[in-house]
Design a protein around this ligand. Structure first.
Ligand SMILES: [Zn+2]
Length: 233
């Protein structure tokens, strides 16, 4: 696990160069955004300890295995930490892939589920410390992004990825197509990417790829290219 301080409020935790979690500094401790793959709880707790604060909250963007993989071990190690996820992805987190009323198609990608239940479910518009949750369905039905209202860093989960270029998950990056193949509904995903752009993030902190400062232009390009793909269908 590689821990990289990006700003005063943010430490990026990266596994194998591919999967991110983030420690977001708050007055009372860290909010951990996502947990990466299984087997990383010890390294995540250690990274927080090395930075001098406990993890007091775990906020999950969505229930895919590469984001919730270390949740059970973290919850065991941090019994007082809050665990937050949308009510929709909480169902997926419980291992239930049943589609809900009004949803088309089927969810894609790996949902190993977890024993851990959220201590609280959250929806778009609600706050998690300095973070504002933004409903961003598409990659999964209950995907959330988190905007740090102090510095406008956007924890965008898998709405955008920045590994080998900035892409929405509505269009396959030939060098890293995983987020695309694991996306439930490309049309809704593109709408969520457009929604996130309207929040004018100062930095993009995605589930996969480096933290991109000044990413607005690249977000515009990624959205335009995704829209082109959608229009051809
Ligand atoms: Zn995902």
């Amino acid at each position: 696990m590689k821990a990289t301080p990006v700003s005063d409020n943010l430490i990026q935790l990266n596994r194998l160069g591919v999967v991110n979690a983030f420690l977001v500094r708050e007055d009372d401790g860290f909010t951990l955004v996502d947990t990466t793959l299984s087997g990383n709880a010890g390294a995540i707790v250690e990274a927080a300890g090395a930075a001098g604060l406990p993890i007091v909250r775990i906020a999950l963007t969505h229930a895919h295995g590469d984001h919730i993989g270390s949740l059970d071990a973290l919850a065991a190690a941090l019994p007082d930490a809050e665990v937050l996820i949308s009510s929709r992805d909480a169902i997926l987190l419980s291992g239930d892939k049943t589609m809900q009323e009004g949803e088309r198609g089927e969810v894609k990608g790996g949902f190993p589920g977890a024993k851990t239940k959220p201590t609280r479910t959250i929806e778009g518009g609600e706050r998690v410390g300095s973070l504002e949750a933004i409903a961003t369905p598409g990659h999964t039905p209950g995907h959330l992004a988190f905007l740090d209202t102090r510095d406008r860093t956007l924890y965008c989960g898998d709405v955008f990825s920045t590994l080998f270029g900035v892409y929405t998950s509505a269009r396959a990056n030939p060098l890293f197509p995983l987020p695309y193949f694991a996306t439930w509904d490309k049309e809704i995903e593109l709408e969520s990417a457009i929604e996130l752009r309207t929040h004018e993030p100062a930095a993009l902190a995605p589930g996969h790829g480096p933290v991109n400062i000044d990413a607005l232009e690249q977000m515009d390009d990624a959205i335009a290219q995704s829209a082109e793909v959608a229009a051809k269908k």
